[in-house]
Design a protein around this ligand. Structure first.
Ligand code: 6PG
Length: 266
């Protein structure tokens, strides 16, 4: 690893020499969390995102993880989803199904995706209802300090504009406080209709991992992590600040190239 350390208030930084190394360490990290969570409470509630993240999780489908991870205990959710049919090329569900879920023995009834026959608003409401039932059944924990669900792990990617999940810069969805799942119909990144976990839900997780690779994200990584004083733009990724949980950044060197005060190990 090129660098590993804890930032004063922006969580743990894991900066990798290559995408390959990041991918190996990410699989290892998720497998360890799964093991700890299954040991502690019998299940592992994990929320995925779309984009390059699923490909970067690919090593979980290979040895040893395909055999050693207790897949039957996984409950899968999405931190955000595009409101399109599940067999549509833009579907985050389809991406995860093809890249991960179909390759490991996950229990189909543990996969909680949106109802793709509804409008974005209805799909968001129904998804929140679905999660509420799982919180009642204790498959998903509840936060100690709010009524929010406490996912064991929320995995996020980040766009070069600093968006995470479907929380885009300067969008009113960033202000939603009284819902677990919200919706948008004007996403600047296509497709326009999406559902998304709200910030209170993301910030109630036990662990939030943000996975970012490539030089095109370097400026956003700098704005999301470095201390920039009062004039710092309010990037969605910077608003990810788990209240009682842990924030971990998995970066490659190009994505971390504009970070201040990081000394790479040679
Ligand atoms: C989506 C994704 C989105 C993604 C980022 C990063 O539905 O569009 O969930 O939040 O994670 O845009 O995507 P890349 O890693 O592909 O750049």
């Amino acid at each position: 690893m090129a660098f590993s350390g804890v930032h004063r208030d922006r969580g743990e930084l894991r900066i990798h020499e290559s995408v390959e190394e990041l991918s190996t360490n990410l699989a290892d990290y998720i497998a360890d969390l799964s093991e700890a969570s299954v040991k502690e409470r019998g299940v592992f509630a994990i929320a995925l995102s779309g984009g390059s993240l699923i490909g970067l999780m690919g090593k979980l489908c290979e040895a040893p993880y395909n055999k050693t991870v207790d897949w039957a205990k996984w409950y899968i959710f999405w931190a955000d989803e595009r409101v399109v049919a599940k067999n549509h090329a833009d579907s985050n569900y389809k991406l995860a199904k093809e890249g991960l879920l179909s390759k490991v023995p996950i229990v189909p009834s543990h996969v909680h995706s949106i109802n793709d026959s509804l409008s974005a608003e209805e799909a968001g409401d129904e998804y929140e209802f679905d999660i509420r039932q799982l919180v009642k059944a204790r498959m998903v924990c509840v936060s100690d300090i709010s009524d929010c669900p406490k996912f064991d792990l929320i995995l996020l990617g980040m766009g070069s504009d600093g968006h995470v999940a479907s929380l885009f810069p300067n969008h009113s969805v960033l202000d939603v406080k009284n819902q677990w799942v919200s919706f948008i119909t004007d996403s600047p990144k296509p497709p326009p209709e999406r559902i998304t976990f709200t910030l209170p839900v993301i910030n109630s997780a036990s662990i939030v991992v943000v996975v970012v690779t490539g030089e095109s994200k370097a400026e956003a990584v700098h704005l999301a992590i470095d201390d920039l004083g009062p004039n710092c733009p309010s990037l969605p990724a910077r608003m990810v600040q788990p209240t009682n949980g842990k924030l971990v950044w998995f970066l490659d060197k190009p994505a971390a190239s504009k970070l201040e005060s990081v000394q790479f190990c040679e």
